[in-house]
Ligand binder design. Structure first.
Ligand SMILES: NC(=O)c1ccc[n+]([C@@H]2O[C@H](COP(=O)([O-])OP(=O)(O)OC[C@H]3O[C@@H](n4cnc5c(N)ncnc54)[C@H](OP(=O)(O)O)[C@@H]3O)[C@@H](O)[C@H]2O)c1
Length: 266
């Protein structure tokens, strides 16, 4: 809207930690810290800058490649596969030559993950209590080399039981545990001895650690968006007043793609 900072001009498109509000003011220190940056709308739409080219895409890129060390021929399994982070993890894994298996809730999400995103398979974890175990037996017969975990809980335990030797587990999130009743502690993995038997490792990651390298990831991912090898799905909810309801969708699975709250049309 306006700026006296030489790095910004009126009308620039920007992205940042703006809060749930329709107007925000930024000081010099916040800008220096990287809380606000210009975005190039030639590289992607505003929605894509919140998704593949934004924080979820950066999480997927560095989680899969730097922490998960995914390489051609690996079997990569990702939970939350139809969500913001998951959709980019799976598409990137395919581009890198991996066999890619998603885990998502419901047939519509699983269909999209396979037919539109090109995953080799997707397991609907809501189909039955044994769905993940049976699905992994069918779709990851040689075991799981990389598990990109967005959900934790029972799904993590089931994947642990199906690891390949030297597997890498990326602890990105544990959304199944965030709303535990009465702040009960996060359920830890019961099958952790599978790490021992398979000489495997689990490693946590926080996307902000990779901020210096975002430009590298953005250049690569925007190339895939442009040449059609990657797609980006956002689920847009209109109206600031709808924020509380929209937030709840992340926990019910009511979002399909990156959940975006649109506060203004421009
Ligand atoms: N480490 C980092 O730096 C970093 C950065 C960004 C995000 N994250 C984490 O990454 C994960 C994904 O975030 P996102 O923004 O991409 O969200 P998202 O996947 O777009 O949305 C959350 C999805 O989680 C699934 N879910 C919710 N409750 C579940 C449960 N009990 N069991 C299994 N699945 C469940 C739902 O999908 P279904 O319909 O398929 O169930 C829901 O759509 C979160 O855990 C988040 O905290 C970590």
């Amino acid at each position: 809207m306006a700026s006296r900072n030489p790095g910004f001009a009126e009308g620039d498109a920007v992205s940042g930690l703006l809060g749930i509000q329709d107007v925000a003011a930024f000081g010099h220190a916040q800008i220096q810290r990287g809380d606000l940056g210009r975005i190039d709308l030639a590289a992607g739409t505003p929605g894509q800058w919140l998704n593949v080219l934004g924080m979820p895409g950066m999480t997927a890129y560095f989680g899969l490649l730097d922490v998960g060390l995914a390489k051609a021929g690996d079997t990569v399994v990702v939970s939350g596969a139809a969500g913001a982070v998951g959709q980019t993890v799976g598409q990137l894994a395919k581009i890198k030559g991996c066999r890619t298996v998603g885990i998502a809730g419901g047939p519509a999400k699983c269909d999209w993950v396979v037919k539109e995103l090109g995953f080799d398979a997707c397991i609907d974890y809501k189909a039955s209590p044994q769905a993940v175990r049976e699905g992994l037996k069918q779709h990851a017969p040689r075991g799981v080399d990389v598990y990109f975990d967005n959900v934790g809980g029972d799904i993590l335990d089931t994947v642990l039981a199906k690891l390949a030797p030297k597997a890498r587990i990326v602890i990105c999130g544990a959304i199944s545990q965030y709303n535990n009743a009465n702040s009960a502690p996060t359920a830890g993995p019961r099958n952790y001895l599978s790490l021992l038997v398979n000489r495997a490792r689990m490693e946590g990651m926080v996307v902000f650690d990779y901020a210096d390298r975002y430009p590298q990831a953005i250049a690569e991912l925007s190339g895939y968006l442009k040449d059609g090898r990657m797609t980006s799905r956002e689920d847009v909810v209109d109206g600031l007043e709808n924020f509380p309801e929209a937030l709840g969708r992340l926990f019910s699975g009511g979002n399909f793609g990156k959940l975006v709250l649109r506060v203004a049309r421009k």
